[in-house]
Design a protein around this ligand. Structure first.
Ligand SMILES: Nc1ncnc2c1ncn2[C@@H]1O[C@H](COP(=O)(O)OP(=O)(O)OP(=O)(O)O)[C@@H](O)[C@H]1O
Ligand SMILES: [Mg+2]
Length: 152
């Protein structure tokens, strides 16, 4: 399947905030924002930017240890599940922690999505690969078919 990939330079955290605002404005229940990239690539920073733009005030704990953190209206415009699947040993564990129930009516922001089996086969998945190079950072964005018109 051919998908339009866009590249967005992220020279500073302000650029990441702007990307988070753009995603937040388009986000709907059932969506997945799948954030890949190595340690320190900026996954949690982007997740925080999306949540802040959806209305969340205050801290966004990294779900490194809890695996899942949830955010609900009226604090956010829509229910959001922020997950960090790094600690899963097997994709089947995503089911065991009740991911499907968490996702009901919610948008999912997933760090280390591959550890949960991946979501890029879902039409509502916006895949964002964060790359860190020699003093540069950028996002490679691949919209699922549900996102094509929204992201254009
Ligand atoms: N666009 C950016 N420009 C400059 N620094 C950034 C940018 N995005 C994130 N950072 C910085 O990079 C560091 C790591 O970011 P972050 O914790 O979001 O990465 P992560 O991908 O979630 O890492 P981990 O895999 O360890 O959870 C932070 O200090 C953050 O401020
Ligand atoms: Mg992180």
């Amino acid at each position: 399947m051919t998908r339009a990939m866009t590249t967005i330079d992220l020279p500073d955290t302000e650029a990441t905030q702007a990307l988070g605002q753009r995603i937040a404005a388009l986000l709907e229940p059932g969506d997945v924002v799948a954030l890949t990239g190595g340690l320190g690539a900026g996954k949690t920073t982007l997740a925080r930017a999306i949540l802040a733009a959806l209305g969340h005030e205050g801290e966004v704990p990294s779900p490194t240890f809890t695996i899942v953190e949830t955010y609900d209206p009226p604090a956010t415009r829509l229910p959001v599940v922020h997950a960090d699947f790094y600690r899963l040993n097997d994709p089947a564990e995503a089911e065991e922690i009740g991911l499907d129930d968490y996702r009901y009516n919610a948008a999912l922001i997933a760090e280390w999505p591959d550890h949960a089996g991946g979501f890029s086969h879902e039409p509502a998945c916006l895949s964002i690969d964060l790359e860190v190079g020699d003093g540069t950072r950028r996002a490679l964005v691949r919209p699922g078919t549900d996102w094509l018109r929204r992201w254009a």
